[in-house]
Design a binder for this molecule. Structure first.
Ligand SMILES: NC(=O)C1=CN([C@@H]2O[C@H](COP(=O)(O)OP(=O)(O)OC[C@H]3O[C@@H](n4cnc5c(N)ncnc54)[C@H](O)[C@@H]3O)[C@@H](O)[C@H]2O)C=CC1
Ligand SMILES: O=C(O)C(=O)Cc1ccc(O)cc1
Length: 314
């Protein structure tokens, strides 16, 4: 069986995803040691206070020296810079992966910097919350969730198998996909829902009469569900929008056409068509539940906080 344990793992970026990985790696004993790199001394101090790793540095290159597995967990727009930072320090035979929500753009940014003596295997755990930062992570985040790997055609099958086992040991189910296909699928199942949430909450906030009063006071669970998504990290989602532009615009175009059609049904009082559509969509929800994918946001007894205002545009 392929080895799961990596002697030294370097985590570049220690926010929600990086810190959840750190906790899970520790819990499952998946590494001999964990080195954590973060750009900001403040975040690094928080990671240290939480005892997430064994070594800490603000220098990305220093973190990857001697690392057998490097996991880049930064906003997708920062991937190229990180790849450039670490390239010369990577250990021959090591594996570099990432967790970014977009894949083609991350590959475009990182691949040109990757030396031929390392295995670059892009990845994306389909697991997260609206929270960010090292305090927000938890070891169980990946349990029962999919992780999609998008290996390049020349990837070493042994390195891919080992990374697959790593994610499985984190509790995930692992699939492989072509990066462009990944970006199209994620545009509809993840990126568009967030964009729609940002838009509806923005519209409500623009309605002067409702801000600070009626929206909060009467918010039904439908609107509250949107506010959770719309509270997601602004830097991360700015980068997703800018880095999966084509797929998102394609899905937005389809969405707008379907919205116009729904608008017509309402305008012309076409109850049969409305009923038919709502019956079809109800079945989608049932299929998700039957597939065991309805764990909206697992909370595992955590005290879920309102998101802080700490996220500043990078
Ligand atoms: N939040 C979510 O629900 C999910 C996020 N992702 C992806 O995971 C990645 C990380 O997201 P989160 O952990 O949620 O974000 P986060 O905002 O919690 O953490 C990102 C961390 O990266 C650090 N960082 C930014 N630029 C850096 C650089 N140049 N060098 C070193 N560190 C740098 C930031 O200081 C921060 O600590 C993103 O690419 C995101 O698309 C994937 C799945 C779910
Ligand atoms: O919080 C939610 O509902 C999410 O959808 C989490 C999420 C956000 C981004 C990803 O790339 C994957 C998962």
């Amino acid at each position: 069986m392929t080895q799961v344990h990596y002697d030294k793992i370097a985590l570049i970026g220690i926010g929600l995803i990086g810190s959840s990985l750190a906790r899970m790696i520790r819990k499952a004993g998946l590494a001999g040691s964990i080195t954590i790199a973060s750009r900001s001394g403040h975040t690094l101090a928080a990671a240290k206070a939480l005892d997430l790793g064994d070594h800490y540095t603000t220098d990305n290159a220093e973190a990857v020296r001697d690392a057998d597995l490097v996991i880049v967990s930064v906003p997708v727009g920062a991937s190229g810079q990180v790849a450039e930072d670490i390239a010369a320090a990577l250990k021959p035979g090591s594996t570099v992966t990432d967790v970014g929500s977009t894949k083609a753009s991350v590959i475009r940014q990182m691949q040109p910097h990757m030396p031929s003596h390392v295995q670059f295997i892009p990845g994306h755990p389909i697991a997260g919350t609206e929270q960010s930062g090292p305090e927000a992570g938890f070891a169980e985040l990946f349990a029962g969730r999919w992780c999609i790997l998008t290996p390049l055609p020349d990837a070493d099958p042994d390195a891919v198998a080992r990374l697959t086992r790593f994610w499985e040991a984190c509790g995930s189910r692992v699939d492989q996909m072509d990066p462009e296909h990944h970006d199209m699928v994620l545009a509809i199942v993840s990126h568009l829902p967030h964009i729609i949430a940002y838009n509806i909450v923005g519209t409500a906030d623009d309605l002067e009469m409702v801000t600070e009063s009626e929206v909060i006071k009467y918010s039904a669970s439908g609107f509250r569900d949107f506010t959770r998504l719309a509270a997601s990290d602004p830097t991360m989602w700015r980068d997703v929008c800018l880095h999966n532009k084509d797929a998102i615009l394609e899905m937005l175009a389809r969405f707008s056409e379907d919205l116009a059609s729904l608008q017509r049904m309402i305008r012309w009082g076409d109850g049969d068509k409305l009923f038919e559509l709502f019956t079809r969509t109800r079945h989608v929800r049932r299929s998700i539940i039957e597939a065991g994918q309805d764990v909206a946001v697992p909370n595992f007894g955590r005290n879920v906080q309102a998101p802080t205002d700490s996220a500043k545009p990078d």
